[in-house]
Ligand binder design. Structure first.
Ligand SMILES: [Zn+2]
Length: 104
């Protein structure tokens, strides 16, 4: 790997011999590798593998505040739908969406 800013995530789908290059993953997952712009463009799949690029528009790779609001709404709806007859305590769930900053 290199020191450049990662803008995409490469996922190896071993069952299909396919390497999928998509938007930068929010969470680290097994068989996923974050790549910078240069490495994404120079990426060559292993012999016999197919490379699938899900998104090449770099601007659209950046999540907008609208996207984050939509995710928050979806989480709230899911929480409400799971127990419609009981009040949902959202204070704990909201913690998952909070931006966590490391402090010295
Ligand atoms: Zn790189």
């Amino acid at each position: 790997m290199c020191d450049n800013l990662a803008i995409a995530t490469l996922t190896y789908v071993y069952a299909d011999s396919t390497a999928v290059l998509g938007p930068l993953a929010t969470f680290a997952e097994p068989h996923c590798y974050d790549l910078c712009e240069n490495h994404s463009r120079r990426l060559v799949p292993p012999r016999g593998w197919e490379l699938v690029k899900l998104e090449t528009d770099l601007e659209s790779l950046r999540p907008s505040s609208d996207d984050l609001d939509a995710i928050a709404d979806a989480v709230r709806e899911a929480a409400g739908a799971s127990s419609p007859h009981h009040p949902v305590h959202t204070s704990g769930r909201r913690g998952h969406l909070r931006v966590v900053r490391e402090t010295d």
